[in-house]
Design a protein around this ligand. Sequence first.
Ligand code: SF4
Length: 239
Amino acid sequence: MSIRQKTLSVSQAAALCGVGRTTVGYWIRSNKLRANRIGRNYSIPVQDLLYFLKSTGQKIPPILHDENLKGPIFKSFQHCWEYWQGRDSFRNCEQCIAFQKQLEVCFTAKNSRSSRCSIDCDICQYYVDIFLPRIHFVNQIDVPAAVIKDLYFWCGNSKLAQLCEVSKKDLIGKGIEEIVHPSSLALVIASAKRRSLGDFEVPEKCTVSIKNERTDKLQITVGVYPLIEPEGAFLVLAE
Ligand code: SF4
C-alpha cells in the first residue's frame, strides 16, 4: 500500500509516524520538518516528511514506502523568499528581482543590479539546502562537469572551472553565453532547445568552442546527458 497524497495535515503525519500532534508541531516549529502555513494550519509535503524521517534515522511508515523511496530523497522545492521567511529578518526579499519576478531559480538573476543577495551562492544556506544536494554529485566526477538547466549553469566542478578560467563559485548562475564562444552559441542554444523538447535525435556529443583568455577560444568535445533530477536539467561532461 502507498500514499498518493502530496501533502499531509499535522494529524495525518502524527498518525502515520505514531507520535502525537504536539511532537509534529515541535518538529515544524524547530525547523526540523518543513511545512507550509495555511491560515492556522500546516500542510506538510510528504517528500519533506520522508526527508526528515530518513535524515534523522527514524522508521519510515510502510504506507510511505512504495513509490516514494525509489530514488534519493531531497527536501521539496521552495522559493528563496519562502525559505528565508522567519529565518532571516534582515533579508529584503520584496526588493529583490527574484521575488518580484517570482523566479524559481534565484541565482540566474544573481548578477542583476536588482538582486538583493550580497553573499556568494556557494555559501548561501538556501542554495546549500535546496539545490546543492541534487547536483553535488558533479564534484565526484573526474573530468570537467557541470549541471545546466534552461541555458544557465547550476554548478560546475573544479576541473570545469579551471577549463573555463572562472572560479568554481562564480559558475553558479552563469548564462552559457558567458562561457561558450560566440561562434558556438547558436549551435548550443539550438541543441538545448531541441533537447528540452524531448528530441532524441540530437547527438549526445558535439564539439564546441569556449571562451579562453589566452587563445581567444578553446575547442572541446562535450557530452550532454538528461537528468531525472533536477527535472529538465542536463549533465555536461567535457573531454
Ligand atoms: S545567494 Fe544565490 S542561491 Fe542564495 S538566495 Fe541569493 S541568488 Fe539565491
